[in-house]
Write a protein that binds this ligand. Sequence first.
Ligand SMILES: [Zn+2]
Length: 264
Amino acid sequence: MGLDAYVECNCLKEGKAKPPPFDISLVEWTDEGIDVSPTVDDETYYLFVNWRKHACEHENFKYYHNRVANIAGSNFLFGVMQRLGREDYPLLNSIWNKPVDAVQAGKALEELNTLESKINVLQGVFLVESQSQKEYVKALPGDDNWFYAAGSEYTYRLNERGFYILDRNSRELFRSMAFSQEVIDSQEEGRAHLLVRFQDYVTGYIHEASHPFSTKTWGVDLLYYPTSLQVGIRELMSSDLPSVEVLRELFEASLTTGNPIIWT
Ligand SMILES: [Zn+2]
């Protein structure tokens, strides 16, 4: 699940697109961008879909198209704005899920620059693999959102006091700033079952759960499980907010083309 957005090119408006294999008057500009009249038959619709794909150098007339954030990423960005003062970012707080025109994009770009210049006044909490420092989860101090839920049984959370697991009654089952992870494939009543054993380095306390931290490497079938994880706190950097870079590209694309940003 996530939020994608795009800005269309002007090739069709400027006569730079290939002519469609159907009556061009059937093409319409809608809030979702270039579309075909809803009254066309299936055959014409498929002609439109195929034509749109390669009618110009931009696939589907998309000048810029990208994933802005997944749910965790957008929660993190909203958390940052809340801590910096939401009133300074009225557009960044409100543009989601509705078309943004080029004028608004210009103002939103200014808000984005302000946000980027202030980001290092905040600290972030990072759950990383001890050796490689590879980041698995990030949060903001004071956060109490869960980032993983095992049905309604328990949730994984992170804040400046560590990685912690709460049960459905908000009872704390485990909390640690540095711990080992041991993953065991077990059989339970004939079914393959994954067991993970977390052990806090300071107290030695062990907690068993069913969801390990893992990384999927492209092209490799087996998941990689870090054996040692720790929680660290440091100043936030703009690279901690990947959605900021995508938003910047979107706002700039909107300013360049004069076309709105459309969410999908
Ligand atoms: Zn184009």
